[in-house]
Design a protein around this ligand. Structure first.
Ligand SMILES: Cc1cc2nc3c(=O)[nH]c(=O)nc-3n(C[C@H](O)[C@H](O)[C@H](O)COP(=O)(O)O)c2cc1C
Length: 250
């Protein structure tokens, strides 16, 4: 069986995962965003192929995605590792994902680092994955499938450092103005940071600033503080500029 396992707060990671899964006709999707799901029920075998896709947050795998992957049993399943980043850098995300999956009994066979629109600073890598990415990632999907069918070892090591860089959490939390209390954000939040009875509030201790609630709000009522956002953008602007290319590890 082919599985597509994703953590995708605003959809960019999922888009890249879908393109890299294109060579397989059938897939079963597992959504790591779903905090109600019991991830201990997912056990795989050596016959399975699991494409696991996460975004890079501060050059690391989002901690909640790691926690949920750690509940699964790899059972020798072949893993395709996908790290999606917003045009700055993915730093240690790929090797951290490799270590987590290897510990759980998956066998990392291939990987990719792909660029998607930055979910906080949306003007960077806007519209990516674009038409060129689509062609490239679909082509890589076929190449990965052929390699997995041939059963040969991965030739290219993943890029990244151990020990991993320290995660510097983004000190911003989305707040709601003119909230209509529809509760969409409550159900989509991967960490339960938005109370069902007060969806216009956000628990700053739980929130991971993943932007899922901001992207999901039908009223565009949720946003980060524009002044703090402008300050953060000024600091990161240089690193976010220019076109970064996708990378394949096969
Ligand atoms: C909290 C947070 C931290 C991020 N850190 C990085 C980063 O270190 N490097 C980078 O290039 N992009 C970074 N991004 C951008 C995301 O990796 C990118 O937009 C990704 O596509 C988001 O995935 P999604 O669309 O599935 O939510 C960050 C985004 C968020 C919300």
């Amino acid at each position: 069986m082919f599985y597509e396992i994703t953590f995708s707060p605003t959809g960019g990671t999922k888009k890249c995962a879908d393109l890299l899964s294109a060579a397989w006709n059938e897939k079963t999707e597992i959504d790591l965003m779903k905090r109600q799901d019991d991830f201990t029920k997912y056990t795989f075998t050596a016959e399975d192929i699991c494409l696991v896709a996460v975004p890079s947050f501060g050059g690391r795998v989002p901690a909640v995605a790691t926690e949920r992957l750690q509940m699964m049993q790899g059972g020798g399943a072949k893993a395709i590792l996908v790290v999606v980043y917003g045009n700055r850098a993915y730093e240690d995300t790929l090797v951290e994902l490799e270590d987590t999956l290897t510990e759980r009994g998956f066998v990392p066979m291939a990987g990719a680092a792909a660029v998607a629109e930055h979910s906080i600073f949306r003007e960077f890598a806007a519209g990516r994955p674009d038409a060129n990415d689509e062609i490239q990632l679909k082509d890589w999907s076929s190449k990965i499938k052929s390699k997995l069918e041939a059963g040969t070892e991965r030739a290219m090591p993943f890029v990244g450092n151990r020990p991993y860089k320290k995660y510097g959490a983004i000190p911003m939390v989305p707040k709601a103005k003119s909230c209509q209390m529809c509760g969409k954000c409550v159900s989509i939040c991967p960490v339960g940071a938005i109370p069902a009875d007060k969806p216009n509030e956000t628990d700053g201790d739980k929130c991971i600033t993943c932007m899922a609630c901001v992207a999901a709000c039908p009223m565009q009522a949720r946003a980060l503080n524009p002044v703090a956002l402008a300050g953060a953008k000024a600091m990161l602007k240089k690193a976010l500029e220019g076109r970064k290319e996708n990378e394949l590890f096969l």
